[in-house]
Design a binder for this molecule. Structure first.
Ligand code: NCD
Length: 296
């Protein structure tokens, strides 16, 4: 069950025991030389703060180095070079490629072209496997288990790859219930609903909030709307603030892959329910675990 040399494209490619192995490695001590002499290529074709910087930090903390571009205009992509040729070059220069792209399937294509492992750092609207690993790791670490909890997944379940990946990740666990909470127009695509193997239901936030152990919030994915007027219709249509959190379990965990826009009000940050900054911090040890297990 070694992950050595594996591509990381979709969270659904991972078994529960593989995920839990990563969680154990993430929570253990690293030597700091696991990636000594290795070069990781950071191929971010889309904006990123946490994912990129935590992959870079993870690489450096394991004694490795990284190469990457700040923006694609700084590379020969600006001269018309293709994605494929760019990936071929990074394959020749590095020991592993971390790819983020706006187009669904970009990471899979990169994995087909490259000999070195490719890690999907989010492509299109469906897959963001390492974010889902961080989300599960945070729950596992804080609650001791991912099973038997009641989950609410709030927000843009149509275009959000973090939410979609989190939902698919729950398939290898036994949640008591998963509530899908999204405005009309941002409901999950049928394909995602069909893939869920957990007990789920549509719900309204205020009706179920007191039942929840975990509330996973996401922003409206403005950049993925085919029609800007459709975005205008749904923006700001949900918000977690102290008035929503009046009758909740003491142990409620609010997660968010970040960035937030206005869906979690700032006054929630100082409540005991706010776990999203801890979750973001967990990106470094989890990605250290992943890199140390995957890079040959
Ligand atoms: C997410 C993404 O890029 O899909 N960000 C992240 O990696 N934490 C979520 C988002 O952009 O809303």
């Amino acid at each position: 069950m070694s992950l050595r040399g594996r591509d990381v494209i979709s969270i659904s490619d991972f078994r529960r025991n593989e995920l839990e192995r990563l969680f154990r490695v993430a929570s253990s001590r690293f030597q700091g030389d696991e990636l000594r002499g290795k070069v990781i290529a950071m191929a971010f074709f889309e904006p990123s703060t946490r994912t990129r910087f935590s992959f870079e930090t993870a690489t450096l903390r394991l004694g490795g180095s990284y190469i990457g571009f700040e923006y694609t205009q700084a590379t020969s992509l600006a001269k018309g070079e293709s994605f494929s040729d760019t990936i071929r070059m990074l394959d020749a220069y590095s020991d592993g490629i971390v790819v983020r792209h706006s187009i669904e399937g970009a990471a899979k294509l990169a994995a087909e072209l490259a000999n070195v492992p490719v890690i999907n750092a989010g492509d299109g609207t469906k897959n963001h496997p390492t974010q889902a690993m961080i989300d599960l790791y945070t729950i596992w670490k804080e609650r001791g288990s991912v099973d038997n909890l009641v989950y609410g997944v709030l927000g843009d379940l149509r275009y959000g790859r973090a939410a979609a990946s989190f939902l698919k990740a729950l398939n290898v666990y036994s949640p008591r219930k998963v509530y899908l909470i999204s405005p009309e127009g941002l409901k999950p695509r049928q394909e995602l609903l069909d893939s869920l193997k957990v007990p789920w239901d549509f719900a309204d936030l205020r009706e179920v909030i007191s039942e929840l152990d975990v509330l996973y919030a996401t922003r409206v994915q403005k950049e993925r709307f085919p029609d800007p007027s459709e975005y205008e219709r749904v923006k700001g249509s949900y918000r977690i603030d102290s008035s929503v959190l009046k009758d909740v379990k003491e142990t409620l965990m609010i997660l968010h892959p970040l960035p937030r826009v206005d869906e979690i009000s700032l006054d929630v940050d100082s409540t005991p329910y706010a776990y999203y900054f801890k979750q973001a911090a967990n990106g470094v040890p989890l990605r250290m675990a992943l890199l140390s297990e995957v890079i040959p």
